[in-house]
Design a protein around this ligand. Structure first.
Ligand code: HEM
Length: 395
């Protein structure tokens, strides 16, 4: 059920999920009351059927002033029509052309980070490279000072890692996150206001100017959206890059093939997303009583798709426990599906492809050493490494 870099906890989960797919594909978790979804077919229904499943989880989240401000432009937590309006406005600034135009800059940043490690034959792939690249890129995309990247990192950690991925659903968790959220709101608001008065370049300027049907975004909405990008955009991408390196390390034959034919990289990245989905859960709320996988889910229930199970579903993927970068049509759910499909997917794919290519170009070989442990995230939040030692052999 996976190669040598699968932590025991994940191995146990994968084998439990195989059982659940077969015997209890939809089941209520007794500890949390949530309905968990383990099969691909049911997961697709949850992710794409907005008439039955809502993205508005505010009922499960304790009310808190700082969180309210932050939630205002966070359209990932909204349903139509507001979701469509805000996503539409934001997409005007975040176009495929804009993302593609980032490639030369991402190459430069990746090169600079690896230059900084020029004299070392061992780095920590995550802290020296994978984690820094997306923060620098997202800061530049937005037009925020790259020098503040440690701050951005600390906010993402406070929201997603330090207090556990479920912190948002408890009073204590929200209280623990509140100071970071307050700091982030104030920081972003100051930048948005500065952009209103001086017309500098960057996504913030585009958002300030964006208009649909005569409607513009107000400052708090822009703050909420920037916060969403800052938080959603880098831990996920760095985890994906780390996961790609773990997969390559487990499969030297595949590494050789991809080095010889870099055209394989995009499909390989999709297979990494399937095989090691960075995010574990995708959450919704049942709008009304729904039938799913032979169960009746009461209206108002929290419904959680186990992405890690879905991507190993034997009915959706042939030989799902095999990592196969030549697999055709990898319709994974790691970026979600439907109207909330990840807005940053093209950027994440681009960054990871450029980062892997930079590693191939600079190093004849790289491998995970056996004398220093990999430190993994709590797999209930992120699937992947937060510390990943890597030995390098220069080209
Ligand atoms: C490997 C990296 C990434 C993964 C695995 C990932 C995963 C996801 C998933 C699963 C969703 C869907 C949530 C839902 O259906 O409720 C999502 C939405 C979103 N992601 Fe990503 N993401 C990644 C990178 C990024 C990046 C780089 C950005 C921005 C720079 C970003 C911005 C967003 C936004 C704005 C949404 C909300 C879309 C909406 O609700 O309409 N993501 N992401």
């Amino acid at each position: 059920m996976g190669g040598p870099h699968v932590p025991d906890k994940v191995r146990e989960m994968l084998s439990r999920y195989r059982y659940m797919r077969e015997h209890e594909p939809v089941s209520q978790d007794q500890a949390t009351g949530r309905w968990q979804v383990f099969r691909y077919v049911d997961a697709m229904a949850v992710a794409t059927d907005a008439s039955r499943f809502s993205n508005d989880l505010s009922e499960f989240i304790p009310d808190h002033e700082d969180l309210r401000t932050f939630s205002k432009g966070n359209f990932q937590n909204m349903d139509a029509p507001r979701h469509r309006e805000l996503r539409g406005l934001v997409s005007q600034g975040f176009t495929p052309k804009f993302v593609a135009g980032m490639a030369p800059r991402i190459e430069t940043v990746a090169g600079e980070l690896l230059d900084a490690a020029r004299d070392r034959d061992r780095i920590d792939l995550v802290t020296d490279f994978a984690q820094v690249l997306p923060i620098v890129v997202i800061a530049e995309v937005m037009g925020l000072p790259v020098a503040d990247r440690a701050l951005f990192r600390s906010w993402a950690d406070a929201l997603l890692v330090d207090n556990g991925i479920d912190a948002i659903f408890s009073e204590e968790g929200v209280a623990a996150m509140a100071p970071s959220i307050r700091e982030m709101n104030a920081y972003l608001l100051a930048h948005v206001r500065a952009y209103r008065t001086s017309r500098r370049e960057g996504l913030i300027s585009d958002l300030v100017a964006a208009e649909t049907d005569g409607k513009r975004l107000d400052d708090q909405e822009i703050v909420g959206f920037l916060a969403l990008l800052l938080i959603a955009g880098h831990l996920t991408t760095s985890t994906l890059l780390g996961n790609a390196v773990l997969c390559l390390d487990e499969h030297p034959d595949i590494t050789r093939q991809v080095r010889a034919d870099p055209g394989l990289l995009p499909n390989m990245i999709e297979e990494v997303l399937r095989y090691r989905s960075p995010l574990f859960w995708l959450d919704r709320r049942a709008r009304r009583t729904v039938q799913l996988g032979g169960c009746e889910i009461p209206a108002g229930s929290q419904v959680s798709v186990a992405l890690v199970s879905v991507s190993r579903d034997e009915d959706a993927f042939e030989d799902p426990d095999t990592f196969d970068p030549r697999r055709a049509q990898i319709r994974h759910l790691a970026f979600g599906m439907g109207v909330h499909f990840c807005l940053g997917a093209p950027l994440a794919r681009l960054e990871v492809r450029i980062a892997l290519q930079a590693l191939f170009d600079r190093y004849r070989d790289f491998s995970v050493p056996s004398d220093q442990p990999i430190v993994y995230h709590d797999p209930h939040g992120f699937q992947g490494a937060k510390r990943l030692p890597l030995d390098l052999v220069a080209a």
